[in-house]
Design a protein around this ligand. Structure first.
Ligand SMILES: CC(C)(COP(=O)(O)OP(=O)(O)OC[C@H]1O[C@@H](n2cnc3c(N)ncnc32)[C@H](O)[C@@H]1OP(=O)(O)O)[C@@H](O)C(=O)NCCC(=O)NCCS
Length: 161
């Protein structure tokens, strides 16, 4: 996807994020390639599987305009007793304006009182800070977790409430 033109405006409250629709999957694949170039970005098939499994996915459109390109997305998988952040991404031109926080807030609202788990690259300072700011703590280290980069991951969780 080409870079969205202009700044993101109207970063939403988490109640306002629309669900991912199947026809938007190609946009997410492009964003994944851009955001995770060395770490096996998700394919269309993987997003299809997520939707087929009924996992919770939300998107944000540039400027809050439903006709504009998607500039943020996030997904949560869930079991009865715990949930897992599957992915969260914000287009580089829209980062640093509160959108990542809004996407994560939506996932946490969906998770409710359940424990929430995630993996994050140990060198991904922006994401780690975001997660810690909403109560996630590091509980483990997974070496060579990401492919093909071989980067390590922290496992983090937000305890059940
Ligand atoms: C991680 C990511 C989703 C954050 O999205 P964002 O819209 O830029 O984040 P926000 O503007 O909502 O910022 C939320 C918090 O993240 C942290 N943060 C964001 N950018 C940061 C940076 N460059 N350095 C340090 N902390 C940063 C801060 O704690 C920030 O809170 P603050 O603004 O109150 O200081 C975004 O950087 C991204 O898409 N990165 C690439 C994909 C990725 O790594 N996803 C996570 C995989 S586990």
């Amino acid at each position: 996807m080409s870079a969205p033109a202009g700044p993101t405006t109207g970063v939403p409250g988490s109640a306002q994020l629309p669900p991912l629709r199947w026809w938007q999957i190609p946009q997410l694949v492009e964003l994944e390639r851009r955001l995770f170039p060395g770490d096996s970005p998700w394919s269309a098939e993987m997003f299809w599987s997520e939707l087929a499994a009924g996992h919770h996915y939300v998107v944000h459109h540039l400027g809050g305009d439903p006709a504009a390109p998607i500039d943020g997305y996030a997904g949560l998988a869930g079991q009865p007793d715990e949930a897992e952040v599957q992915t969260i991404g914000v287009h580089p031109d829209s980062q640093g304006r509160g959108l990542g926080r809004a996407l994560l807030a939506d996932l946490l609202r969906q998770a409710g009182d359940r424990r929430v788990l995630l993996e994050v690259r140990t060198d991904n300072e922006p994401a780690i800070r975001l997660y810690e700011s909403v109560g996630f703590v590091r509980i483990g280290l997974r070496r060579n977790y990401y492919r093909p980069s071989g980067a390590d991951a922290y496992t983090m969780h937000r305890p059940a409430r």
